[in-house]
Design a binder for this molecule. Structure first.
Ligand code: PAF
Length: 282
């Protein structure tokens, strides 16, 4: 497995590749990331995983500094998964000067939900992903990039960026990997105390119940939705959570659904100091 610490080293490592398969990550890898790598592998002629904690997508009060950096363990897992190249650029290599040119995602998609509660998040994500894509795929006729559906809105933002910039990249979205009890795997689960870890499942349970309520409301969904969402949020509040949103949206643009739209239920809530997100297509 080759370790590339700069864009030049990466391009050299990929010089013979015509169709890289790429998994962008911020490291602290868990089984969900490894599943992405395993699914990426047969999609291309060289599997690349990036590990880069991207300062641009963190708000000043968020966990950029404390975000777990687990380099040795990450490399061991990637090696075992058959990854060919790890791209772990130094910050000064990916951002040698202040990144004043940025990719601003469509506000209709990027300023709602996660983007509303984490302003600038999707600009940070889109900018780094564009830069990673340029590093991995420049000069290649085509490539594949693999993202988890756990970050549902992120996946939509990236798909839209790839489509609108006509990048020669196929984006694959992969179902969320869950622990045995159903908790969505997340690098941030490591922040939870034992008691919080047991409680954490309640977010996905509340989302599932909201999903069932939404399906039961059928044609009257639009009328009932605000009350159903408020009930779901209140249920979590009663248990000590601080929910940002629990909501039902139509899948194709995450706007308020009309009768008959395919739906997704999404939520974000803080448990203690840890902010968790989850979603289900229903
Ligand atoms: O999902 C993540 O881990 C990050 O947002 C990504 C896509 C690697 C960009 O930093």
């Amino acid at each position: 497995m080759i370790i590339a610490r700069s864009i030049d080293e990466l391009r050299q490592a990929l010089s013979a590749s015509q169709r890289p398969a790429f998994v962008p990550t911020m490291g602290n890898l868990h089984a969900g990331h490894i599943k992405l790598v395993e699914l990426a592998k047969p999609q291309g002629d060289c599997t690349v995983t990036s590990i880069f904690v991207n300062r641009l997508q963190f708000l000043p009060h968020e966990d950029f500094d404390s975000y777990p950096r687990t380099w040795e363990a990450d490399c061991a897992k990637l090696q075992a998964a058959g990854c060919d190249v790890v791209f772990a650029p130094r910050e000064t290599d990916l951002y040698p000067e202040a990144q004043t040119v940025k990719v601003h995602a469509d506000p209709a998609l990027a300023d709602i939900l996660e983007g509303h509660f984490r302003p600038g998040f999707f600009t940070g994500v889109s900018t780094v992903v564009m830069k990673l894509f340029m590093s991995v795929f420049a000069g290649k006729a085509q490539g594949v990039a693999v993202f988890g559906k756990k970050d549902y809105q992120q996946l939509m933002v990236i798909r839209q960026m790839v489509r609108q910039f006509a990048l020669p990249i196929t984006v694959l979205g992969v179902d969320t990997c869950r622990a045995e009890d159903g908790l969505a795997l997340s690098s941030r689960n490591g922040y939870l105390s034992e008691a919080e870890r047991a409680e954490a499942l309640q977010l996905s349970l509340a989302l599932r119940e909201l999903g069932r309520d939404a399906v039961a409301a059928a044609d009257a969904l639009a009328a009932h939705l605000p009350a159903l969402e408020a009930k779901a949020m209140e249920g979590l509040r009663q248990r000590g959570w601080h929910p940002d949103y629990l909501t039902v949206r139509r899948r194709h643009d995450l706007q308020t659904p009309q009768a008959g739209d395919p739906l997704v239920v999404l939520g974000a809530a803080k448990l203690g100091a840890t902010r968790l997100i989850d979603n289900f297509e229903i």
